[in-house]
Design a protein around this ligand. Structure first.
Ligand code: NAD
Length: 363
């Protein structure tokens, strides 16, 4: 697929992007892609691209899958490493859903080879790695899409639209509890709960509030699971953020919630309150003498965000075809990373951490 070069600025549904002169863009053909890493995240991307008209899946790269398995269908070649896929001039884009420690290598390899990238979070594990990813994408004029799928969730999009009705926001409360608990093998290389899990909540604050840098963060955590404590990491965390205009946010998170996947947000403002509730398998309530019951909240993220995962993949495809290069800006990505660093530092040193100083020193 041939793409035209050159770009301007574009904003859609809270998504600042870089955009070319779309009038010059050729008619869309299918985008030929590779999925690197076919685990939990790779599978939801596989489902999304297979149900989309926009993509042709040419390669799956995963050393744990043998060449004679065909998880992507007979037309999709399975490879143990990325190199052969990247050397294919017909390949347009790579989905990076490998384990976190490989992201930076796989993202930069793909961009250097001239391929657009859809990357699961995080782009890298340091500020300079994140900066390098954006530098490369800009230099090569390639799309770099970050998998913060909550931005594509219809509930959170509707929540964002209704914020204007409640005047200035005074407090935000978020519950973000995972289910089931990820394996220790996953957790060992995930970064930590701040960079692996809470990063989605920090990005949600940026998505809902815009580029507002919190003044300070204070976090406390505990590992109820001894194996997680030994990593060392926390499995349960409370984070509070204070903004210069008085706004206060509280996020509680847990690696496990036995009743299902629990993600709720409440914003309270001078003129009211807006809430995004959990999703249930159905909305039926049964009221009897014994009380009221309803179906449990959805089991885990593949169910809760199935539509959002499909939508983010569509947005990525449209972005490539229309030369919109980012769904999350460099500054937004750096800010969520810095807040995660600050919260981790706070919880491990039992101190209030100044986020403004940290953010200003890296931009
Ligand atoms: N956005 C989300 O909702 C979400 C959810 C889950 C995971 N993730 C992210 O996705 C990434 C993967 O997580 P996961 O839960 O799918 O992990 P996983 O362990 O289930 O899957 C990782 C896959 O990558 C393969 N792999 C390992 N080394 C590889 C290599 N060098 N090249 C290619 N493939 C390789 C493994 O064999 C495995 O199949 C993580 O970085 C995580 O942060 C995001």
């Amino acid at each position: 697929m041939t793409l035209l070069r050159g770009f301007g600025l574009y904003v859609s549904a809270g998504y600042p992007c870089v955009l070319a002169d779309v009038s010059a863009t050729p008619m869309p053909e299918k985008i030929t892609i590779c999925i690197a890493g076919l685990g939990r995240a790779g599978h939801f991307h596989l489902r999304s691209v297979q149900s989309s008209e926009q993509f042709t899946l040419r390669y799956i790269v995963d050393p744990a899958i043998s060449a004679n398995e065909h998880p992507g269908g007979q037309q999709t070649k399975v490879l143990p490493t990325l190199e052969e896929a990247l050397s294919d001039p017909a390949l347009d884009a790579v989905f990076v859903s490998t384990p976190t420690p490989y992201h930076y290598e796989h993202i930069t390899q793909s961009l250097k080879a001239g391929k657009h990238v859809f990357a699961e979070k995080p782009l890298g594990t340091t500020v300079s790695e994140i900066q390098n990813c954006f530098d490369l994408a800009e230099e090569k004029r390639l799309a770099l899409h970050l998998g913060f799928q909550r931005r594509c969730d219809q509930n959170f999009q509707a929540l964002k639209k209704s914020i204007q009705e409640i005047g200035s926001v005074r407090t935000i409360k978020t519950s973000s509890r995972d289910n089931p608990q990820p394996s220790l093998d996953y957790l060992r290389i995930s970064g930590n709960i701040f960079h692996d899990m809470l990063i989605h909540d920090f990005d949600m604050l940026i998505y809902l509030l815009g580029m507002r840098v919190p003044e300070s963060v204070y976090a406390i955590g505990y590992a109820y699971n001894q194996d997680i404590g030994d990593l060392p990491d926390f499995d349960t965390v409370l984070v509070t953020l204070k903004y210069p205009d008085g706004l206060m946010c509280a996020i509680d998170t847990s690696r496990i919630a036995v009743y299902g996947y629990d993600q709720r947000i409440e914003l309270f403002g001078e003129k009211g309150m807006v809430i995004a509730e959990n999703q249930r398998n159905d909305s039926v309530q049964v009221h009897t003498e014994a009380g009221m019951r309803q179906s449990p909240v959805q089991h885990s993220f593949p169910q809760r965000y199935q539509d959002a995962y499909a939508r983010e993949v569509e947005i990525f495809g449209q972005g490539i075809l229309n030369q919109r290069f980012y769904n999350v800006t460099r500054e937004e990505c750096l800010l969520s990373h810095i807040i995660a660093d600050a919260a981790h530092q706070s919880a491990t040193t039992n101190s209030v951490v100044n986020v403004v100083q940290m953010y200003n020193s890296c931009v």
